[in-house]
Each structure stands twice: as C-alpha cells, then as structure tokens.
Design a protein around this ligand. Structure first.
Ligand code: DND
Ligand code: ATP
Ligand code: GLN
Length: 685
C-alpha cells in the first residue's frame, strides 16, 4: 500500500505553490536572460515552488523594438529554450517563459510552457497593444485565432502544441490546471483567461511587460483581483522590471498572486535584484467554490459553445512542499487582522444588525421591546444594537425593557454589570428573581434539587433558561413589546442553547448571524467609538473581561461554569465553523489550517485589541480533540435547533445558519463521515 501523504504539507491539503519571477533583464541578450532564468528556477525549486511564471518576452527582453526582428536574436532565443527545458525535469518546477517565436512567416509574442523536461506547449498573445506607447503590431501577429488543432509549432526538432486553446493539466494532481495569457490580454473586456477558467483552469498566469507610470500599479492589482474573483481562480501576474530598456519607458517589476479576489502575495517593486514572489494557492477551495456557485458552470455551458480547449497533460510529481503554509491565514476568520478591514467589518456588522431590527420595529409599529440582560457578551451586544436602533428611529430608549433575572448560579459580578449597563444606556431596567418559580417547577416535575439534593443536571439548567424565556414572552404580551433574541452564530453551530422554551427562541434575533469571536470585537468597537454614548464604556470593558458562562450551574470551589471548558475555545470553534460552512473543507484540512494558524502565538498578526492573555496557541492534539466534538455537535446533535430559528439578518459570508438565510441540513443526520475522515487523516501527535 502506498504511504499516506505527509500531513504537514500544503500539497496534501490541495495547495499548489506558485511563484512570479522578477528577473533582472538583459536587453536583447537571450544568453544572459536564460542565466537569470536558470538561477530563479533553481531558487524556486529550493522553495518548493511547483509552477513559476516569468514576464513577457523574458528571454529576449520586451523593450527592444525592431531588434526583435533580428534572425540572430530569434535563433538564440530558440536555442535557450532548448537548454532550459531539461531543467524542469531536474527540478520538478514547471516554468512559463516569454519568447518571440516564428511560424509560417509570422512572429508571435509567446508564453512557452516548460515542464517534465520538455516544451509542453506554446501560447501566443491574443491582444497586441498598438496605441500610445505600444507598437506591437509592427512586429507581431495576433494569436487569437491560432488553434492547436491547426498545426504544431516547430522548436528545434520538436513539434509542440501551439494555440490560445491550451490548458495545462497535472495528470497526477486533481484540480492542478493552469492556463496563460499575456499582458494586454487581461486589459481586454473579455480576457482569454475568462474562457480558460470556464474550461477548467484554476490557476491563470499572466506574463507581462507593463511599463510603469503613476497609478498603473493600482490598476494592475485591481485587474488581477477582479479577474481572480470573476473567473473564480488564482491569478499570478509577473511584470518585467529592472534592466528593461529605459529609452522611453520605465519598469517596476510588479508581481502579485491573487485568489478569489484576495491578494496572497505581492513582490517588491523597483528592486534591483532578481527575486521571486511566492504563495500557496488553494486549488481545492477554488474547485469547491465553483461547485457551490452554479453560475460558474452555467456560464461555462453558454460561453464555451464553439470553443474546444486542448488539455495538455503533465506530471506534477509527489508533494515536495513542506510547511509552513505560504499565504496569509487569519487566526480568526470572522475577525480580520488588518485594523482598517476590522473597522469596516464592525461598521457593516453593527449596521446590518441595527437595520434588521429597525425594519422589524417599523413593520410592527413597535415602540417597545424586552430583552433579558445577563451581563454576558451576547445580551450586551443585542442591547447595544437595540439602543442604536431606537436612537435612529427617534424612539426613547426607555422603551427598551431590560430584565435581569438572577437564578441559582448568577454571580454578583454579572448581575451588577447588567444593572450598570442598563443604567448607563438609559433603558428601563427591572429585576425578576426566577428562583421561586424555578423551585415550584422543579418541585412540580419531581426534580431532586427541590428536595435539597445538589443535582445540577440538564433539566436543572433548562428550567432556568426556559423560565427566563417564558417571563420575557409574557412580559412582551403585557407591555405590547417583542422579545429580542441574543443567541449568536457560534452557539447555533454548537447547539449551545435551550431549545424552544429557552434562549433559542425569540421574536427577532439580531445576533444569530454573528460569530462569538466577532461579537467581542463589535462590543469593543462600539465602546471605542462611543457609538451609544460614553457612559457605558467602562462597563462594556468590564463585560469584555468576564469569562463566558451560561451561569446555570452554581460555581464549585469558586470555579464558575465555563462554556469553553465544555464546548471548546470559541476561537477554535469559529475557525472550524467558517471553513466547514463557507467552503465545505474536509475536517483534516480544517485541522491542518487551524494548526497552521494557531500553533505559534508569536507568528503573524493578531486583530487589534486582542488582550495579551488571549494570545494563546494550540497544538494539533488539542485542535483534533475540539474538532471531534465540534463535528458531533454541528453535524449530528445541533441541527434540529437550527431548523427552527427565529428571524434575523445574515451578517457574515461564513454563512447564516438559518435554514432560510443559508445553511440547510437534515435534523436527523450523523457525523460519521466527518469523524471517519478526521480519524483517518489527522495524526494524533
Ligand atoms: N434531532 C432532534 N430532533 C428533535 N428533538 C431532539 C433532537 N435531538 C435532541 N432532541 C431533544 O431536545 C432536547 C435537548 O435539547 P435542549 O432542551 O435544548 O437541551 P440540551 O441541548 O440538552 O441542553 C441545552 C444546553 O445549552 C446550554 N445553554 C443553555 C442556555 C444558554 C446557554 C448559553 O450559554 O448561551 C447555554 C446548557 O448549558 C445546556 O448544555 C431533548 O429533549 C431531546 O430529546
Ligand atoms: N441572569 C440573567 N438575567 C437575564 N437574562 C439572562 C440571564 N442569564 C441569561 N439570560 C438570557 O439568556 C440569554 C442566554 O444566556 P447566556 O448566558 O448564553 O448569554 P449571555 O450571558 O448574554 O452571553 P454569553 O453566552 O456570551 O455569556 C442571555 O443572552 C440573556 O438574554
Ligand atoms: N505589454 C503589454 O501588453 C502592455 C499593455 C498594457 N495595457 C499596459 O498598459 O501595460
């Protein structure tokens, strides 16, 4: 039996390591340029790169004007291609180089794809710029109508596939399919890479020689980002830099790698040394996203009518890339590290919540709502949303009826936070002690706690959670109000709520679309910006410092009931939730990514405002332990709660778990397939 693929390799988890090369250019000197190529291919191999793209006309240089028509130069370019090809077998790197090549009395501006020691194929440039500073039609023929079915290209003694209809596919690595276009091609309204993607290419390469003028780098990055988003692909862009002739123009050597709209890596511009820009692209995620988004396949059916792409097969070989992962990876998928992005996300999340509630208040002519205020994170966030909604609707905050309802395990700390918060926000505060009613119910059902026995089981917990909800619903009737729900997305993922007659139910829930890790930052954001006034800021900071607890079971030996002690740390659960619901990734990949993100607290960035004591790390065994529990909760035991949810807005792309807002699943399923995959593919140590 073959050995299991190495767990700690990006290749095992569906990544391909790609690079954009920025060689120092030697004007009209193919021999010197080939030397730069050799050095960069070797360096790429040492970095575990599997696919490397060079700039446009990288073997001749781009800005050589009429010299590109010289026989000596064209012959030398062909000789250097023949010398470079074997290096791709020796190193295992597939390399795409730029070259002017002749066929049938025409000269083409080409991308030459080298792999497995030979020329796999040659793709001519489709769109030749011939305006302002560009004169390409003076030298080159446009390749748009060149099809590999109309004949090969002769290079030395070899006949190689030649056309704009080529996509290159690794026979031994599902989804490792790439295609190439050349500079101006992606300035066209319909770049060739669009159809290449529809034909199955997941990695799109652009060999470019784009002179730099003010503002151009931003424009190129925009095109790369948008093409990677629209074509649902990775887009690798390599522009020529230092050494290109500055007779009339200048060259910055921009190199970027984008995937599904996001920038994974960008190289140094205006550098004087040859260098590589490297990133691991997730071809599996691209495949899953295309699968999920039916529009991609529908568009392929419409737009590929009449186009026949030729698949050129090559061998990618065994996994050579070791960890760590070479791409940005947020520890908190719902909470970006970048402060500007986090600010924007908080602004949007808070306003989505506020707008959702305002619409419902308007639609019901509501002027009052009731909410249970515990002094915990979720009810605090819902209360902040309510205050802002009331302010914007011009309603007095006294119409928000906050009830703090101490039970058998409510601590003085949270109760006093609840009161301070309600007072600081100027809402109507009331207190209802639920213990006498809870005792009556426990007695009525014959529960041993009513006889003085310290039995703190699920029934004991749910009697309290249920009574609070019962009170809130009847108070709503009594005051002509509706009940504002507080349960968050992470709790819904875990089924961490009391079903039906419990905190699971409300008339409208503003938090159901917000993950717990984001709720923390939202409260911080509201406090920092004094969105609901300055008075509540100190108590909001105090609430952020309180351990998360349902406070349904009394503390033992001074230790309060810890939610995260039972369900696992929310940062891990939110990580699992995001990758499983948003992309449908396998548990083993989620575990590996999570380990990459969390194994070393000193690596990478933390979202602004993360306290020092929350900057922790997790080993693989811990991650596997909690992921196992998550899978059971998420796939097996919690869905019935999600199948019956109150209304509330979808907030994050990671998904809403409402059966109407996004996630649909059976309430009687099993977690077996996910657990089996986890056990089979994640080592214990
Ligand atoms: N698939 C399915 N279809 C229909 N019914 C199903 C079912 N699976 C279980 N059930 C039934 O559902 C009941 C179990 O569900 P449920 O009554 O909700 O009870 P359960 O999930 O066992 O307990 C609620 C949990 O949430 C925690 N909680 C409660 C309140 C607030 C917070 C918080 O911190 O936010 C946490 C609490 O500590 C406790 O661990 C059982 O009667 C079971 O028979
Ligand atoms: N002592 C309490 N007084 C009033 N309402 C409560 C009390 N305890 C719980 N609730 C209500 O039940 C909901 C669920 O309780 P839970 O403890 O999960 O939430 P929380 O305390 O707001 O937030 P977190 O789960 O982040 O601690 C609360 O949001 C609140 O609306
Ligand atoms: N080499 C090219 O195709 C350059 C054209 C491209 N539109 C540019 O502005 O850089």
């Amino acid at each position: 039996m073959a050995d299991a693929p190495p767990f700690h390799s990006p290749t095992t988890h569906g990544f391909v390591r790609v690079a954009a090369a920025t060689p120092v250019v030697h004007t009209a000197d193919p021999v010197a340029n080939a030397e730069e190529h050799v050095a960069l291919i070797r360096r790429a191999a040492a970095e575990g790169v599997e696919l490397l793209v060079f700039p446009e006309l990288s073997l001749s240089a781009y800005a050589i004007d009429d010299l590109v028509m010289q026989g000596a130069l064209l012959d030398e370019v062909e000789r250097q291609i023949a010398l470079l090809a074997p290096l791709t077998a020796e190193t295992g790197v597939a390399a795409v180089v730029g070259a002017p090549l002749r066929r049938d009395d025409r000269l083409y501006n080409c991308a030459v794809v080298l792999g497995n020691g030979r020329v796999l194929g040659v793709v001519p440039k489709t769109y030749l710029p011939n305006y302002r500073e560009y004169y390409e039609k003076r030298w080159f023929s446009a390749g748009g109508d060149v099809s590999s079915h109309d004949g090969a290209l002769t290079l030395g003694d070899e006949e190689v596939p030649f056309g704009t209809d080529l996509v290159f596919e690794a026979a031994d690595r599902p989804g490792f399919v790439f295609a190439v276009e050349i500079c101006e091609d992606y300035w066209a309204p319909l770049p060739p890479s669009t159809r290449q993607a529809l034909a199955g290419a997941r990695i799109l390469l652009n060999l470019s020689a784009s002179n730099i003028v003010i503002g151009k780098a931003e424009e190129r990055a925009l095109l790369c980002a948008s093409q990677s988003a629209r074509a649902m692909a990775a887009y690798v862009f390599a522009a020529s830099g230092w050494g290109e002739s500055t007779t009339d123009l200048a060259w910055d050597g921009q190199a970027t790698i984008h995937e599904l709209g996001a920038c994974l890596a960008s190289g140094e511009r205006f550098a004087l040394e040859s260098h590589l820009t490297i990133a691991d692209v997730d071809i599996e995620r691209i495949g899953l996203d295309r699968l999920r988004n039916g529009t991609f396949a529908d568009c392929a059916r419409d737009e590929l009518d009449g186009y026949v792409f030729e698949r050129v097969l090559f061998e990618a070989g065994e996994a050579r890339t070791g960890g760590p992962l070479r791409r940005p990876l947020d520890r908190f998928p719902f909470v970006p590290d970048d402060p500007a992005r986090l600010d924007q996300d908080c602004y949007e999340a808070f306003n989505i919540q506020v707008q959702g509630l305002m619409r419902r208040m308007k639609a019901t002519n509501g002027e009052r709502l009731v909410i249970g205020v515990s002094g915990g994170l979720d009810s605090t966030q819902a209360l902040l949303v309510a205050c802002r909604a009331f302010d914007r609707l011009g309603l007095p905050r006294t119409g928000i009826l906050g009830y703090t309802m101490p039970g058998f395990a409510t601590s003085e700390g949270t109760k006093s936070n609840a009161w301070t918060l309600m007072r600081a926000l100027g809402v109507t505060g009331e207190e209802i002690d639920i213990r006498p009613t809870a005792m009556t119910m426990l007695e009525g059902i014959g529960h041993p706690f009513a006889q003085g026995e310290p039995v703190h089981d699920i029934t004991f917990e749910n009697v309290q959670a249920g009574l609070r909800t019962d009170y809130l619903f009847r108070l709503a009737n009594h005051h002509g109000a509706f009940v504002l729900g507080t349960g968050d997305l992470s709790e819904l993922a875990l089924g961490w709520a009391t079903y039906g007659v419990g905190d699971h139910m409300s008339h409208y829930n503003v938090n159901g679309g917000v993950a717990k890790t984001l709720i923390r930052h939202l409260i911080r954001w509201v406090a920092d910006r004094e969105v609901v006034g300055a008075e509540a800021v100190p108590v909001l900071r105090g609430i952020l410092d309180t351990e998360i607890s349902p406070e349904l079971v009394p503390a033992t030996d001074g230790k309060i009931q810890s939610t995260e002690g039972t369900v696992g740390p929310y940062p891990l659960n939110d990580f699992f939730l995001f990758y499983i619901t948003r992309y449908g990734l396998k548990p083993s990949k989620v575990a590996w990514l999570c380990h990459e993100a969390w194994r070393d607290a000193s690596r990478g960035h933390w979202p602004a405002g993360t306290p020092e004591d929350e900057r922790v790390e997790y080993d693989l065994a811990t991650i596997k332990h909690w992921l196992r529990k998550f899978l059971v909760r998420f796939f097996q035991t919690a869905q019935f709660k999600r199948s019956a949810l109150p209304n509330g807005p979808k907030v994050v792309t990671g998904g809403s778990l409402s059966p109407r807002g996004d996630w649909r699943a059976p309430s009687d399923s099993t977690a077996r397939v996910w657990l089996d995959e986890l056990e089979a593919n994640v080592p214990d140590a």
